[in-house]
Design a protein around this ligand. Structure first.
Ligand code: BTN
Length: 274
């Protein structure tokens, strides 16, 4: 794996946000945490950490990311010129970049707001971006990505190797190839954000977002997902034909405040405080 990655690394990853030092482990608690530890010990700010398994993988909102062998677990360090308030843009960029690269391999990946990669309505992977901030600016970011390759998944999950087995053509033939594709996807998403800006990135992200037009139920009112803001908030508009008690025709929901369902399950949100 190292050789494959280093070959690609030298020829194609020549961008300032791009990793310059690769650390491969058999088993770590969390590749994000290992990268933070390495950074503390003076590692290059654009380092990558990859592990065969994680024993305490971290998911969004404090969840655990179950990480047995067979999955892809990696973290990439970057130093973006970004305000802390815009940190979610790194997740949007990475999600779009990875999904776009996999789609180029004829894998019809979509994005489920805010940070999930989905295939046939099931979760293929997720992204966890962590940042260090000083005076309102991000001084270091770690983008962690987990993708189900050959590992077991729950009913709402999808593993790429099994999905490909049902397809006429297998574009991604190994975990190493998936790793390269994901690293290039992150690079491409960050490039888009840094060079073309958030408006362009966001319109590309929205093109791949599976939730657009989806109905969500909030305190028994029906809303429709119409977009995502530059800070990653979900934009929901209420149907104007709903009962009169609606006073707010639209709301913006921060990542982590609601969870959209899988497999066309309607999303119901109650006891909402907004
Ligand atoms: C999610 O909750 O959807 C995000 C999951 C992110 C998991 C990846 S696996 C590699 C990196 N290291 C971690 O501990 N988490 C991320």
């Amino acid at each position: 794996m190292r050789q494959l990655l280093e070959t690609r690394h030298k020829s194609e990853l020549n961008y300032t946000c791009v990793p310059s030092s690769l650390h491969i482990f058999e088993s770590v608690p969390s590749t994000n945490q290992t990268l933070w530890d390495l950074l503390k010990d003076g590692a290059d700010k654009n380092s990558i950490v990859i592990a065969t398994e994680q024993t305490s993988g971290r998911g969004q909102w404090g969840r655990t990311w179950i990480s047995p062998r067979g999955g892809l677990y990696l973290s990439v360090g970057i130093v973006p010129q970004l305000a802390a308030a815009d940190s979610y843009q790194l997740t949007l960029a990475s999600a779009w970049g990875i999904a776009a690269l996999l789609r180029q391999c004829s894998i019809s990946v979509g994005i489920k707001w805010p940070n999930d990669l989905v295939l046939q309505g099931r979760k293929l992977g997720g992204i966890l971006t962590e940042t260090k901030v000083h005076n309102g600016q991000i001084t270091q970011a770690v983008i962690g990505v987990g993708i189900n390759w050959a590992n077991p998944v729950p009913d709402t999950g999808m593993n790429l190797q099994s999905w490909q087995a049902s397809q006429p053509h297998q574009a991604i033939s190994s975990l190493e190839m998936l790793t390269k594709t994901v690293l290039l996807g992150i690079q491409s998403g960050i490039d888009c954000l840094c060079q073309e800006g958030i408006s362009v990135l966001l319109s590309r992200y929205l093109d791949l977002l599976t939730n657009i037009g989806e109905q969500v139920y909030i305190n028994n009112l029906v809303g429709t997902v119409v977009g995502v803001t530059t800070q990653g908030n979900l934009h929901v508009c209420f149907d104007i034909n709903e009962p009169n008690e609606i006073t707010t025709p639209e709301i913006y929901l921060e990542p982590g405040t609601i969870s959209l369902g899988y497999l066309d399950t309607p999303t119901a949100i109650s006891a909402w405080d907004y």
